[in-house]
Design a protein around this ligand. Structure first.
Ligand code: NAD
Length: 251
């Protein structure tokens, strides 16, 4: 317990020192306390039995649209009512208070937006919209869902083209937000990794660009030995405590 408290004080101190040049890199682990399972925690069921890299790939979307749209993608749409947790909220408060310049997220769940974060770089896209592979039109994701619900798979645009979600699938090229993320991480003084196994490439190249690294993750990551602080605990609890420590002028 003593160890945990001193880690919190140390991390809060590093954030204060580096503010406002602090950037967060979040992964699926920041959203598990909102009820959305990650890919790599043991015992979370579904993703233990199927390979997300095979199910959520460009190849899977083309070869077996029925399975891709109902099963692979369907695993994310069922969490549309999820709400931000303490970790999302603390990161938003930290940005508002001038401790943090932005959040790079690998998540597609829009929970950083829901928490109030402003500068968000979604390096794996999101589930708010989709696009037509024929005419290039952009549509709310609801249109894709309507098609799926009516059994129209793959979903179709009015022009007849196939609609796909604006998530970055395995096999897709990286979006502009990834370039923004590279520059943000390069120009920050502290990168806070939150809830990521750091096993997905190229997002896991970002920690090597940071001047200083701190990691908050339940399980060990391959970057722990490079980090100034590593806290293996629930992100919600850690960030509630960090926010309290930042607010404490004696820190
Ligand atoms: P990952 O599943 O590979 O790793 C998640 C990590 O978070 C694990 O190491 C786990 O120990 C840790 N973790 C779980 N709950 C935690 C908690 N409450 N507090 C702290 N740590 C916790 O996830 P990844 O590194 O983000 O890579 C998987 C890819 O799949 C990413 O692109 C990811 O965003 C995507 N994905 C997204 C969502 C989402 O949008 N919510 C959900 C599943 C997967």
């Amino acid at each position: 317990m003593d160890g945990y408290d001193s880690q919190i004080q140390r991390l809060a101190g590093l954030i204060k020192q580096a503010a406002p040049k602090v950037v967060a890199l979040t992964g699926a682990g920041v959203s598990t306390e909102s009820g959305i399972p990650d890919f790599r925690s043991p015992g979370t069921g579904l993703w233990e039995k199927v390979d997300p890299m095979a199910e959520l790939s460009v190849t899977a979307m083309r070869r077996n649209p029925q399975r891709f749209y109902t099963f692979g993608l369907g695993n994310f749409t069922k969490y549309k009512d999820a709400r931000p947790n303490e970790a999302h909220l603390a990161l938003a408060r930290m940005e508002e208070a001038g401790y943090l310049t932005g959040v790079v997220t690998q998540n597609i769940d829009s929970l950083h937006q829901a928490a109030g974060s402003q500068n968000i770089m979604e390096v794996h896209g999101h589930m708010r919209t989709g696009r037509c592979l024929e005419c290039g039109g952009e549509f709310p994701y609801a249109l894709i869902q309507q098609n799926i619900d009516r059994g129209i798979i793959p979903p179709r645009c009015e022009c007849g083209g196939v609609l796909r979600p604006n998530v970055v699938l395995f096999g897709d090229s990286m979006p502009d937000d990834f370039i923004r993320a590279i520059w943000s991480v390069k120009s920050c003084d502290l990168l806070l990794v939150v809830g990521s196994s750091l096993e997905v490439t190229p997002a896991n190249t970002l920690p090597n660009l940071a001047k200083k690294l701190a990691i908050v993750n339940l399980a060990p990551t391959p970057f722990d030995h490079q980090a100034a602080v590593v806290i293996h605990a629930q992100a919600g609890r850690v960030f509630a405590d960090i926010w309290a420590a930042l607010a404490d002028e004696n820190n």
